[in-house]
Design a protein around this ligand. Structure first.
Ligand SMILES: Cc1cc2nc3c(=O)[nH]c(=O)nc-3n(C[C@H](O)[C@H](O)[C@H](O)COP(=O)(O)OP(=O)(O)OC[C@H]3O[C@@H](n4cnc5c(N)ncnc54)[C@H](O)[C@@H]3O)c2cc1C
Length: 377
C-alpha cells in the first residue's frame, strides 16, 4: 500500500528493496509514468523527497483540454479564454482558440496518483546511481527499469549534474498572495526582466505573480517583488526554481528521463506541465510494453529516445523566438503584438503551439505514435 507522509527523523528508516520499475520524482512527469502502469501487475515504486503534492513546483497553469483529457478537472481553479499581454507601449488581449486553467497542485497530484494505483510510495532523497542501483538517503534500490522524473537536476544521468548559471536554464520565482482576478496576464517589459516575462495567474482566491528570466544570470527576486507591489499584492509564499529550456537526451545509460530532467519544458513560454504529462505518458507506455513482454528494455529505450527527439523542431523554433523577442525594440514589439491580433492568425499560432504536446495523445493507445518501429510479437 502506498504511504503518503514525508518521513522525518526516526521514521526515516532504512529502505532496502528491489522492484520492477523505480520512478524517481512524484510530480507531473513521474505520476504520469505511474498512471500508465496502473494495474500492470508489476512492482512499481515511486520515490520523492516530499509527500505527493506537498511542494508546489509551478504557477499551475495548463490548457484546460489537458485537465479534461486526464479527468483531472476536480483540481481546476480558474479558467481563462483570453491572454492579456502588457508591453511598455501597448496592452493586447488575445482571444484564445482553447482555454487555459489554473489548478490546485496538491489536488491534481492526488488525483493523478490515484489513477496510477497500485504503486508503492516512499519519501527519500535520491542522490545518484550506479548501474541499475539507485542511491538514496535511505538506502539502495535496484530496478531493471528506472525513470528519472526529478526535475532539472537530472540526478540519474551518467555525467556531472547540469549546473546553473551556465546551463541552458531559465530561472523563475513567484509569490502567492491571497487575492482575486479575472485575467491571465503576462508582462513582456524590459523594466522587469531584460529577457523573459512576468505573469499573474489568478487561482480561486490566490494570485500567482512571478518573473521568469531566460538569462539564468539575471536575478528575479527584486523584479518579482516589484511586479507584485505594482499590482498591490503582498509578497508572500515564495516559490521558485530553475527551468530547462533545451531538450536533452530522453534516455541515457539505460535510464528513462521525463519532464524537466529531459528538458521537456517549452523554451518560449516555460510551460512544462503538459509536456511533463505528455512525455511521462509516452515513457509509461514504453515501460508497460516491456513489462508485457512486447518490447525489450533496449527497444523501449530506443523508441522513447526517438519519440522525444522527434519533437526537436518545435523546441528549436521556440528557442529561436525566445532569443529574438528581447532584441525587438519595445515600440516595435507593442506594434507587432497589436498587428497579429487577428483571429485566424491566433487560431493558427496557438493551434500549432498546442500540437507540440496535444491532449488527444491521452486517448490514443499508441506507445510512440511518430515511430514505425515494429513491435516483436
Ligand atoms: C516559478 C515557476 C512557475 C511555473 N509555472 C508554470 C505554469 O504555470 N505552467 C507550466 O506548464 N509550467 C510552469 N513552470 C514549469 C513547470 O513547473 C515544470 O516544467 C514542471 O514542474 C516539470 O515537471 P516535472 O515533473 O518534470 O518536474 P518537477 O515538477 O520539478 O518535479 C520534480 C519532483 O522531483 C522531486 N525531487 C527533486 N529532486 C529530488 C531528489 N534528489 N530526490 C527525491 N526527489 C526529488 C521534487 O520534490 C519534485 O516532486 C513553472 C516553473 C517555475 C519555476
Amino acid at each position: 500500500m502506498p504511504r503518503r507522509a514525508t518521513k522525518r527523523g526516526a521514521e526515516r528508516t532504512r529502505l532496502s528493496t528491489d522492484c520492477d520499475v523505480l520512478i524517481c520524482g512524484a510530480s507531473f512527469a513521474g505520476l504520469a509514468v505511474a498512471r500508465e502502469l496502473a494495474g500492470c501487475g508489476a512492482e512499481v515504486l515511486v520515490l520523492d523527497r516530499y509527500e505527493i503534492g506537498e511542494r508546489q513546483t509551478s504557477a499551475c497553469g495548463i490548457p484546460t483540454l489537458w485537465l479534461e483529457a486526464l479527468q483531472l478537472t476536480d483540481a481546476l481553479q480558474q479558467t481563462f479564454g483570453e491572454l492579456v499581454i502588457h508591453t511598455r507601449y501597448a496592452t493586447v488581449r488575445y482571444q484564445l482558440p482553447w482555454t487555459f486553467s489554473t489548478f490546485d497542485y496538491r489536488a491534481l497530484c492526488g488525483l493523478l496518483a490515484a489513477q496510477g494505483q497500485p504503486f508503492a510510495f516512499e519519501t527519500a532523497t535520491v542522490t545518484g546511481r550506479t548501474g541499475s542501483t539507485v542511491h538514496t538517503d535511505r538506502g539502495e534500490i535496484g530496478a531493471p527499469l528506472i525513470v528519472d522524473a526529478l526535475g532539472w537536476r537530472r540526478v540519474l544521468g551518467s555525467g556531472p549534474n547540469i549546473q546553473p548559471p551556465d546551463a541552458l536554464l531559465s530561472r523563475g520565482l513567484e509569490v502567492h498572495p491571497f487575492g482575486s482576478g479575472q485575467d491571465m496576464e503576462v508582462w513582456i517589459d524590459r523594466g522587469y526582466v531584460p529577457a523573459g516575462y512576468g505573469w499573474s495567474f489568478p487561482a480561486d482566491g490566490e494570485l500567482r505573480i512571478g518573473i521568469g528570466s531566460f538569462d539564468p544570470r539575471f536575478h528575479v527576486r527584486e523584479p518579482t517583488v516589484r511586479l507584485a507591489q505594482d499590482l498591490r499584492a503582498e509578497t508572500v509564499r515564495y516559490q521558485g526554481n530553475w527551468i530547462p529550456h533545451a531538450l536533452r537526451d530522453a534516455t541515457e545509460d539505460g535510464v528513462f528521463f521525463a519532464g524537466d530532467s529531459a528538458g521537456h519544458c517549452l523554451p518560449l513560454t516555460a510551460e512544462g506541465i503538459r509536456t511533463a504529462l505528455y512525455f511521462g505518458i509516452a515513457c509509461g507506455r514504453e515501460l508497460r510494453a516491456v513489462l508485457a513482454g512486447a518490447l525489450t528494455r533496449e527497444q523501449a529505450l530506443s523508441r522513447y529516445h526517438a519519440f522525444s527527439a522527434s519533437h526537436a523542431r518545435p523546441f528549436r523554433w521556440m528557442l529561436r523566438v525566445q532569443r529574438l523577442i528581447p532584441r525587438v525594440p519595445p515600440r516595435l514589439l507593442g506594434a507587432s503584438l497589436r498587428a497579429i491580433d487577428r483571429k485566424r492568425f491566433l487560431d493558427w499560432a496557438f493551434g500549432h503551439y498546442l500540437e507540440v504536446a496535444h491532449p488527444r495523445f491521452v486517448a490514443t493507445t499508441a506507445t510512440a505514435p511518430r515511430l514505425t518501429v515494429k513491435v516483436a510479437a
